[in-house]
Ligand binder design. Sequence first.
Ligand code: FE
Length: 183
Amino acid sequence: MTTSRVVDDIIDLYARKGDASYGEGVSMTDHGLQAALLAEQEGHGAPLVVAALLHDIGHLLHDLPEDIADKGIDSQHESLASAWLSQYFPQEVSEPVRLHVAAKRFLCATVAGYFADLSPASVQSLELQGGPMNAAESRAFKAEPFMGQALKLRRWDDQAKVAGLKTPDFGHYKPAIAAALKR
Ligand code: FE
């Protein structure tokens, strides 16, 4: 696939499926846009902004029903997303995405008060994702080269649930997506 084709395919995917509900009053597209905006506002470059924008692309790539967590199934959207993204983007994009669920499990295990601030849907999915990390899992997570980026992405993910928040539209990120692609 040519690079412009990848950018267009991503924009097309969000145009077709991004209106699906993320839950908590925002759509999948809103959720990604809010996360990307937080990354941008903190001054990060294209790779981390794009990781934030596309971190839940796994939910759009598979065709499982939207209420899948209610059925007690972990869709493992982070694995699907990072596998797909790693075809076109470097690890600076795909690795924080792959680790964003692990980051939640890590923060629950290591940061007092983090769990208490999770949204109800995040608490529900946490259980399916394995709950807070144990000591060995936390050690392994800390050894991940992209753990710092994954923790940042996780915090944006947790905040990107504001119903009605104004953000730039998806097209605003087209240059960043193109810039972040593998050379
Ligand atoms: Fe998310």
